[in-house]
Design a protein around this ligand. Structure first.
Ligand code: FAD
Length: 452
């Protein structure tokens, strides 16, 4: 049996259960170096936003504790990932490197180059499917092309082999003695000012909390999900998105927990379909790696975005537009690092259509403020609302925030929760006229139609 250690490179999979790369390393029988690399330097890797860094700090703390419990240690290193992993191989004399796959363009390039280089050096290198139910390249249309419409995509997934069962956590990991940086030295938490009080109140990062949330949701909330999921005042959705984003919980664990509990009915179907939207966003990103910067539908390049009005953008970011549902959502986001899905759609429509501000500005703000921001779901959904994306809402579907509030927050409970001064003189008048701006947006859209 080889004694040269194995390296397990943790990325968006901060868990010890259902972790195929970790399982393979343990199976190999040698000591295991578990490493996380904070990479803010490799070309094309998008630096994490502020809320994401806050989450990462908690998630790494939780992962460190879980590995401790198995006899191992989490090694933290900072720098360009390829260089860091190479020097770790040299330092430890590792004979094998394992990781779970990533699906973004720059990440795939980096991983592929590293894999080739290590193999050329005679190392064992293996990558695994871990964070998606269906590998993006395995789901294809009858013509062999990627899907651009959700419903047939999901139908094809449902005809593919069922997602595998989750793997158990290892019982024990043989450790190695490798130096680690200190998490505190990474300064992932905000100070001066510490804006994270609301995040701390709203969330507990880590796999233990993720599994608790999953159990609670399946037991208590799933039955009401189909009805309640569109009501921002209710806590009817799973709130699993950041746990899935950071891989504290795998989609396989969610899938099979549902199977095990034999949950049926409209709520269960609807919830599974939402997991399907997550898969679709990654499928689209895999085939269009520039999703965060480039219109998925090229004809939207002809959209005449007017010159940015910075004050309007700031009012939107700070929840001071004078449109109650929009302001409530933006304040919820700032305070807690999340926003209800229905309200995300409304604020995104308001930014891109009523304020005529490029979707990329909104995507960037969400990237910085959401704890669940990921490279696929965020740009995918922004482009979906803006009309430029895959299977997007038609551009002329301009959400009317007042009608949306009447329909989905009929008692005004959600708005009052976040906009305490509603109904008083302190609350501003709307910064734009909804009707006029809607008409202006539709006029601007004529350019796209002409370019199509
Ligand atoms: P639930 O309703 O419980 O859904 C279960 C899971 O399904 C979610 O945790 C999530 O993983 C997945 N899911 C649900 N809806 C979507 C969707 N439309 N697209 C992709 N996955 C979905 N979601 C993110 O995870 N990260 C993002 O960066 C993100 N940005 C968004 C930006 C905009 C403009 C919009 C309109 C939506 C965005 N979403 C994003 C999708 C959705 O709003 C969140 O996934 C959802 O609100 C998370 O709450 P939940 O976990 O309670 O969802």
């Amino acid at each position: 049996m080889s004694v040269a250690p194995s390296i397990v490179w943790f990325r968006d999979d901060l868990r010890v259960a259902d972790h195929p790369a970790l399982a393979a390393a343990v199976e190999r029988g040698a000591p295991v170096v578990c490493v996380y690399v904070l990479d803010e330097e490799s070309p094309g890797i998008r630096p994490l936003g502020g809320a994401a860094k806050w989450w990462l700090n908690g998630s790494l703390t939780a992962l460190g504790a879980a590995l401790d419990g198995l006899g191992a240690r989490l090694v933290l290193r900072r720098g360009p990932a390829a260089r860091v992993i190479r020097s770790l191989v040299d330092e430890t004399g590792a004979g094998a490197v394992f990781w779970n796959r990533r699906y973004g363009g720059p990440e795939r390039r980096l991983d592929a180059e590293l894999k080739q280089a290590f193999r050329d050096d005679g190392l064992i290198v293996q990558s695994f499917a871990a964070n998606l139910l269906f590998e993006p390249w395995t789901i294809r249309t009858g013509q062999g092309t990627p899907f651009s419409v959700f419903t047939p995509f999901w139908r094809a997934c449902m005809h593919a082999p069922e997602p595998r069962h989750p793997l158990p956590a290892p019982e024990k990991i043989e450790p190695t003695d490798v130096a680690t940086e200190r998490l505190d030295d990474w300064s992932l938490l905000p100070t001066r000012p510490d804006w994270a009080a609301g995040l701390r109140e709203a969330w507990s990062p880590g796999a233990v909390a993720a599994h608790e949330r999953l159990r609670g949701f399946l037991a208590d909330d799933l039955a009401d999900y189909a009805d309640g999921r569109d009501r921002p005042a209710r806590s009817a959705t799973s709130r699993l998105s950041p746990h899935l984003r950071w891989g504290e919980l795998s989609p396989h664990e969610v899938w099979h927990a549902m199977r095990q509990r034999r949950v049926h009915g409209e709520g269960a179907n609807r919830f599974r379909t939402e997991l399907g939207w997550r898969e679709f966003a990654w499928h689209v990103l895999f085939h269009a790696p520039e999703l965060a910067t480039t219109n998925w539908r090229g004809e939207f390049d002809a959209f005449p975005w007017p010159r940015l009005h910075p004050a309007a953008l700031r009012a939107w970011e700070e929840g001071r537009t004078g449109v109650p549902l929009v302001d409530a959502g933006m304040r919820e986001l700032w305070a807690t690092g999340t926003m209800h899905n229905r309200v995300r759609m409304v604020v995104a429509s308001f930014l891109t259509k009523n304020l005529l501000i490029d979707w990329r500005r909104g995507e960037q703000w969400f990237w910085d403020t959401l704890v669940d921001a990921d490279a696929a779901s965020n740009p995918f959904n922004w482009q979906w609302v803006a009309g430029s994306g895959a299977d997007a809402a038609p551009y002329f579907r301009v959400f009317n925030p007042e009608l949306q509030a009447t329909k989905f927050d009929p008692d005004g409970e959600y708005v009052r929760r976040w906009v305490a001064e509603i109904g008083t003189d302190e609350y501003p008048e709307p910064i734009v006229d909804l009707k006029q701006t809607r008409a202006a947006a539709l006029a601007a859209y004529e350019h796209v139609k002409a370019a199509a």
